[in-house]
Design a protein around this ligand. Structure first.
Ligand SMILES: NC(=O)c1ccc[n+]([C@@H]2O[C@H](COP(=O)([O-])OP(=O)(O)OC[C@H]3O[C@@H](n4cnc5c(N)ncnc54)[C@H](O)[C@@H]3O)[C@@H](O)[C@H]2O)c1
Length: 346
C-alpha cells in the first residue's frame, strides 16, 4: 500500500501523512512549497515527517501534468489523498488566477492521473464554503449549493462536480470532504486562531468582522484526521449503475460565536485581546454548521473535541514552536519600558 498525499507540507496534509506513517503505511508526499504563507513553517512540518523511513517527499506542482503522471508511473498508488489547493476565501478575491491553476487545472490533473493509473480510492478536500449564502441550518450534503460567495468556494464546488463526472465515466471511487474551519497545532497562519494568537501575544489588536456577529463550526485537526483515517479504507461501492462517488461534511456540528471563540482564546492565553471592530468582508459567510449524520453512519465516528480543549492544544503548540520570538518580543518590550522610565528620570 503506497498512499499519495498532495499538499503534504500543508496543515492537514502534514497531520494526515504523519498519522499514516505512524501506522507503518508508505507515504509519498508532494507539495510545491509556495509562499502563500511561511515556507519555514511548511519546511518545519516536512522536517517532522522526514524522521519516518516510510515517508518520501517530492517538490512537485500539480499544475504540471507530466510531473504528476511520472509520479503515478513510478509508484502505482493504491490510494490518493488530495489536499493540495490554494486555500483562503479572502485571498481569492484579489488572486483569482492562482485558484484557477491550483484548484481547477491541478485537480483535473489529479483526476486524469487517477484515470490513467487507477487507484482504489481518491479522497479529496472540498470545503464548507460551498454552502455559500445558504441559510438553512445545519448544512447538509443533500442541500442545494448554488450560491458560492467567493471564487474559492466556486472552485471547491467545481471539484465536486468534476469528481462526479470522472467517477461516472471511469468508475473512480471518489470521496469529497467538506471540511469546516479546521484548527489545531501546526495550523495555518492565515486563519483566525493563528492570527489572533500572534496579535494578542504581540499586544496588537485583533480584527473582528461584522461586529462579531458571525459563527463557525470549528473542527479540531485530530477529529479530521481520525475521520479521514476511517474513510480511506471505505471507498464508495463499485457495484450497481451509480457513480462510485460520495460527499461528507466533516465538522463538529456545534457552531461557536466569534466573540465566544475570542473569549476562549483569551482565557487559554491568560491575556485580554484589544479588539478592532470592522465590517463584514467580501466573500465571508455569516455562519457555518455541519450536519454530520452521513459521516457518523458511514464510519461510526463524528468529531468530538470541544473548542476549549482544542484551543488550549493550539496555544501549547504555538508557545512551544515560537518560543524565541516571544522571548525576544518580551525582552524588547521590557527594554522599551526601561528606556522610557530612564528617559523620564533623565
Ligand atoms: N484548513 C481548513 O479549515 C480547511 C477548510 C476547508 C477546506 N480546506 C481544504 O483542505 C485542503 C488542505 O488545507 P490546509 O488547511 O492544509 O491548507 P494548506 O495551505 O496548509 O495546505 C495546502 C498545501 O498545498 C500546497 N499547494 C498549493 N498549491 C499547490 C500546487 N499547485 N501544487 C502542489 N502543492 C500545492 C501548499 O503549498 C500547501 O502546503 C485544501 O484543499 C483546502 O482548500 C481546508
Amino acid at each position: 500500500m503506497t498512499v499519495l498525499v498532495t499538499g503534504v507540507a500543508g496543515f492537514i496534509g502534514f497531520h494526515m501523512a504523519r498519522t499514516l506513517c505512524r501506522q507503518g503505511v508508505h507515504v509519498v508526499g508532494i507539495d510545491n512549497l509556495n509562499d502563500y504563507y511561511s515556507v519555514d513553517l511548511k519546511r518545519a512540518r516536512l522536517a517532522q515527517l522526514e524522521h519516518f523511513p516510510s515517508f518520501q517527499f517530492q517538490q512537485i506542482d500539480i499544475v504540471d501534468p507530466n510531473a504528476l503522471l511520472g509520479l503515478f508511473i513510478a509508484w502505482g498508488f493504491s490510494e490518493v489523498i488530495h489536499l493540495a489547493a490554494q486555500a483562503g476565501v479572502r485571498y481569492s478575491i484579489d488572486n483569482p488566477g492562482v485558484y484557477a491553476d491550483a484548484n481547477l487545472v491541478g485537480f483535473l490533473n489529479v483526476l486524469e492521473a487517477c484515470r490513467t493509473y487507477p487507484v482504489k480510492h481518491l479522497v479529496y478536500a472540498s470545503s464548507s464554503s460551498v454552502y455559500g449564502a445558504n441559510t438553512k441550518m445545519p448544512f447538509a450534503v443533500e442541500d442545494a449549493v448554488e450560491q458560492p460567495v467567493s471564487l474559492y468556494a466556486a472552485t471547491k464546488r467545481a471539484n465536486e462536480l468534476m469528481a462526479y463526472s470522472y467517477s461516472h465515466l471511469y468508475r473512480i471511487p471518489a470521496t469529497g470532504l467538506r471540511f469546516f474551519t479546521v484548527y489545531g497545532p501546526w495550523g495555518r497562519p492565515d486563519m483566525a486562531l493563528f492570527k489572533f494568537t500572534r496579535a494578542i501575544l504581540n499586544g496588537e489588536p485583533i480584527d473582528i468582522y461584522n461586529d462579531g456577529e458571525m459563527a463557525r463550526d470549528f473542527t479540531y485537526i485530530d477529529d479530521i484526521i481520525e475521520s479521514m483515517n476511517r474513510l480511506l479504507p471505505r471507498p464508495p461501492p463499485l457495484t450497481g449503475e451509480a457513480a462510485p462517488c460520495q460527499l461528507f461534511n466533516i465538522g463538529r456540528g456545534a457552531p461557536v460565536k466569534l466573540l465566544d471563540f475570542v473569549q476562549c482564546l483569551e482565557s487559554a492565553l491568560g491575556i485580554q485581546a484589544k479588539r478592532n471592530y470592522l465590517p463584514l468582508q467580501p466573500g465571508d459567510v455569516l455562519q457555518t454548521w455541519a450536519d454530520v449524520a452521513g459521516l457518523a453512519r458511514w464510519i461510526d465516528f463524528s468529531p468530538q473535541v470541544g473548542l476549549e480543549q482544542g484551543v488550549a492544544e493550539f496555544v501549547r503548540w504555538y508557545r512551544d514552536f515560537y518560543p524565541c520570538k516571544q522571548g525576544q518580543q518580551a525582552r524588547q518590550a521590557k527594554q522599551a519600558r526601561q528606556s522610557k522610565q530612564e528617559a523620564r528620570w533623565a
